[in-house]
Design a protein around this ligand. Sequence first.
Ligand SMILES: *Cc1c(COP(=O)(O)O)cnc(C)c1O
Length: 397
Amino acid sequence: MTNFAETKNLFHLPEGVIYLDGNSLGPMPISAMNRAENVIKNEWSEMLIKAWNKADWMTLPRRVGDKLATLIGAPEGSVATGDTLSIKVFQAVSAALKLNPSRKVVLSDSGNFPTDLYMVSGLISHLGPDYELRIVAPDEVENAIDETISVVMLTEVDYRTGRRHDMMKITEKTHQMGAISVWDLAHSAGALPVEMEKSNAEFAVGCTYKYINGGPGSPAFIYVRPDVADKIEPILSGWLGHEAPFAFDLDYRPHKGSERMRVGTPPIIQLSLLDEALKVWEGVDMQDVRARSIQLCEQFIQGIEKACPEFQLLSPRDANSRGSQVSFAFEHSYPAMQAMIDKNVIGDFRAPDAMRFGFTPLYIDQEDVAKAIEIIANIIKTKTYLEPKYQVRSIVT
Ligand SMILES: *Cc1c(COP(=O)(O)O)cnc(C)c1O
């Protein structure tokens, strides 16, 4: 059994804050501070360039990739790290299109995170006018997978509503129709059990600063199914995805396996913090995390619906169809969220009207949820959100 009281002690949270936004930016694991200090003070400053070998910087991306692989049910060596999730989406979809060249349509849904759609639009505009990005409503995806589709690119858990796709079923249909599967695990990895190997999907991508707590801008990851990896001709053919980067050959030969999805020099400081954050997961059972996350979400939904009848639940009511977050719509969503943040209950707002709350059992418990409900109920009852200071929009919502 995972000891959540113990994992909670591994994180730093500011005094009094109930943090329900780990689905957007995870909090700092306490040991990240020492690790950052060590990388800067002992490795970078003292070893200088020798640290690539002496401090094992060069193998860090792969070692971190293997830890991430464990978290998403993938075999060793199948996950490469680096860059941002937007870049990894581009790499996965471009590689997938090349593996299925007789078809030209990428299918996605209107609940997807915009950057995923933007990256594919950019990619296909470069490939030529016969390519198409087809966007359907989330519940129409399964029917829309037909023999014209080259690649099905979906985010398992909707960032706005928490709605969860049935990854096994959709991947199966994708393969039946001769298409290739790309899954975005941004709101899945570290949030719920993911079985990449079992799903048989060819590609998955994800970020590490949300549920994995790697810190702002920590590197993204890409999974490639081992039997597919060696067939990929990377579009972003950077030197660190080369078979022998330090041979400095003029021609590009991809590295074996998923390492070919690496591009350039890894961000060592950020990657070290991610490595540290991944240590928190040792001894954590993802089934326990899921069970606890469902419990917390249910507690929150019940409490809020009772206390704030003005709110409408935007998330699926059925826990199985939901990720690890709960969203509500409300006429005054934006100022209400600002008032909550002001009272130390931190969630966030997503246009047009969603208040999002993420539930992360590693550091959020039932007592936190009960307290959050009480504070929110009070804000709504007293209508504090009508104060002018809560109406002001910031750049980041
Ligand atoms: C958070 C998120 C992103 C962010 O992409 P970055 O390149 O890391 O900024 C992309 N896609 C999805 C589905 C997300 O949830």
